[in-house]
Ligand binder design. Structure first.
Ligand SMILES: *[C@@H]1O[C@H](CO)[C@@H](O)[C@H](O)[C@H]1NC(C)=O
Length: 194
């Protein structure tokens, strides 16, 4: 029999974990609430579907997998199937998630979760031309005191021209997103992902 105070304590501890785990992963929390970047106007979800390679990411996560890519497909119930893969220690690892458009008025603001027990994390398409590059941003407020964020430059190919990457970094910066710690993702020797 679980007593009421014990239950409340459990829920409390679980909430703390949910708050703290992303902070540890993000390494550097920023003060203040999330920035409010502009997102891709008139976003067309269908054109965004398919295979995207990770070109660069924030925060820097060293000693992680390489050849990271994500394949998005529309499912019949209007949600998005998200399959991400990487090569880690010589093995291809895959995780499957679900994506949704959280607000139909703002179709570029997706939410993605890789687990039934976790809420959707923001996955905002700040800018994309659908055929070459996409800039993705995810930010979570913690009590509006500080925020933790993730940013990705994605490409339809395993590498993008330097000028495209430079322009992408400028776009993030213009939207008050600090990408000075953004690092290139390793996309060499990736034959195994296929
Ligand atoms: C992406 O997912 C779709 C649907 O599951 C599949 O048909 C397609 O082959 C996948 N593409 C890649 C590159 O994995």
């Amino acid at each position: 029999m679980v007593t009421q105070p014990a239950l409340i304590m459990r829920v409390f501890l679980a909430s703390i974990l949910v708050l703290v785990i992303p902070i540890i992963r993000a390494q550097v929390p920023h003060w203040g609430p999330c920035p409010e970047p502009e997102v891709q106007p008139a976003f067309i979800l269908k054109q965004f579907m398919g295979r995207w390679f990770e070109i660069a990411k924030l925060p820097a996560q060293f000693e992680k997998g390489r050849c990271i890519e994500t394949n998005f497909t529309l499912t019949t119930d209007n949600s998005i199937r998200v399959v991400s893969s990487e090569i880690l220690k010589g093995e291809v690892r895959k995780i499957v998630g679900t994506g949704v458009i959280e607000d139909p008025k703002n179709p570029a603001k997706l939410g993605i979760t890789y687990s039934y027990v976790l809420p959707y994390s923001p996955y905002w398409i700040l800018s994309t031309d659908y055929v070459n590059f996409a800039l993705v941003y995810s930010c979570t407020d913690v009590l509006r005191l500080f925020h933790v964020d993730f940013a990705w430059i994605l490409g339809r190919t395993r590498s993008l021209p330097d000028a495209t990457v430079e322009k992408a970094r400028e776009t993030f910066a213009t939207n008050n997103i600090d990408v000075t710690r953004m690092i290139p993702s390793r996309q060499q020797g990736c034959d195994k992902t296929l």
